[in-house]
Design a protein around this ligand. Structure first.
Ligand code: SR1
Ligand code: MG
Length: 421
């Protein structure tokens, strides 16, 4: 049994020897003697292998005892695989079919074995290649509403909810990374940060911007003190796999209890950054304009589907600690619960807008950059794209209470078009 040997990172050449006895593998992909193994992990933390056998293929994911993006100088607990597995189980049960199927988990070796999604690719890569995904907004908008509502005090009964909150409080290390990397590092001269040289002046202005730093601190307080629901915790376009007719969510090791708007804001920010990067990625003006519109339409549809599904769940499934039916529906006052819903949606939206502004800053100034901007070869064009995104990010974070509707983000982006450094 794997579990009884000391933890050891898998390698493509050792994987068949080490996992070849697992019926969860051989039963699905056939005997180990015929396996072909490739390491394909391109994220910041883990090893990811595609194992192909005579009868099919499978994914093996293993946590390393350090952050892959930095190396062994940044040790990181293997327990994150346990929290990820627990989170994937919960998120998968709250929106069945939207996550990969999970086949096996070994806590000691920090190994998860799961469905190999095909022909899906990482959404971020698809967006950089100009792909369109007609079902993305509907599937992800509903995923957000279902997982965020069903993991909340509005849906869960008190004992289960509090036990769960206590469990995920143990994911302190990864939650701490989010606290630092999102809300603090980008706004001061932290050794982990980096940015392109053309942004030096803009970065100095950001770090002297008191209103922005106040907004970052207020949003950090929302993230830390508002345990509304179980979050995915890192829902960017690299944590989604998509194909023409299916969308799946992966990589939940940053799961934590936090504000409902956090996952929504993270995703919207990454869609918006995909649009901001287009001048550096798509040379054809017409196609660039059309694709920008598709991305913005998609972001708007994610939000409107979220609202629609969240509203449905609020009306049908509000049975948890904060259910409140005794106060309204059971006193023949359905209007009261609709007013409470409206207040809730307004709060989620304000948070999501603010968190989107923070995500944009950390992806351009912090440790974990994104390839949309990084692959723009022309320094000046890249700096322009990043600077426009940062200007939008500032408005989103500082003026998060003033976005009455998501369409205003499109207006903001249009206003920033053509702005140079
Ligand atoms: C050290 S981890 C840096 C970032 O990579 C992950 O994908 C998360 O986004 C995290 O913030
Ligand atoms: Mg990830």
């Amino acid at each position: 049994m794997l579990t009884h040997s000391p933890y050891e990172p898998l390698q493509a050449r050792t994987l068949a020897d080490r996992l070849g006895g697992l019926p969860e593998m051989t039963g699905r992909i056939g005997p180990a003697a015929q396996w072909r193994v490739r390491e394909v992990g391109d994220g910041n933390l883990n090893l990811v292998f595609i194992v192909e056998g005579a009868a099919g293929s499978i994914i093996v994911k293993q946590a390393l005892p350090y952050a892959r993006v930095v190396g062994e100088s940044w040790p990181m607990s293997l327990d994150r695989a346990f929290f990820e597995h627990e989170a994937l189980l919960r998120l998968g049960s709250r929106d069945p079919g939207r996550l990969p199927e999970l086949y096996y988990f070994d806590r000691h070796q920090a190994i998860q074995i799961m469905e190999h999604l095909q022909p899906h690719i990482i959404l971020r890569k698809g967006l950089m290649a100009g792909e369109r995904y007609p079902l993305l907004a509907g599937q992800i908008g509903r995923y957000l509403a279902r997982t965020l509502f069903r993991g909340s005090d509005w849906a869960m009964e008190t004992a289960r909810r509090k036990a769960d909150l206590a469990l995920f409080a143990g994911n302190v290390e990864l939650c701490g990374i989010t606290e630092d990397l999102f809300f603090t590092d980008p706004f001061h001269d932290c050794a982990r940060n980096s940015h392109g040289p053309a942004l030096d002046r803009a970065v100095a202005a950001i770090r002297a911007d008191r209103d922005l730093k106040l907004a970052a601190l207020e949003l950090k307080a929302r993230f830390c003190c508002s345990a509304q629901t179980l979050l995915h915790g890192d829902l960017h376009t690299g944590s989604i796999m998509a194909c023409a007719d299916d969308t799946r969510v992966i990589d939940a090791e940053f799961a934590t209890y936090g504000p409902i708007g956090f996952d929504i804001g993270s995703l919207l920010a990454n869609l918006w950054m995909a649009a901001f990067a287009l001048p550096g990625l798509q040379p054809d003006r017409e196609e660039r304009r059309a694709y920008r519109d598709w991305i913005l339409d998609t972001a708007e549809a994610v939000w409107s589907v979220f609202v629609e599904e969240f509203t449905r769940l609020w009306r049908c499934e509000r049975a948890g600690i904060l259910g409140g039916r005794e106060l309204f529906e059971e006193q023949a006052d359905p209007i009261g619960s609709e007013l409470a819903l409206n207040t809730m949606i307004a709060e989620i939206w304000r948070d999501a807008v603010g968190f989107a502004g923070i995500e944009i800053h950390r992806r351009i100034l912090g440790l974990a950059h994104i390839p949309e901007f990084e692959t723009i070869a022309n320094e000046a064009v890249r700096a322009c794209c990043e600077h426009r995104a940062l200007m939008a990010g500032r408005v989103l974070a500082v003026e998060r209470g003033r976005f009455a509707a998501i369409g205003q983000v499109r207006t903001l982006m249009t206003m920033l078009e053509g702005r140079t450094l």
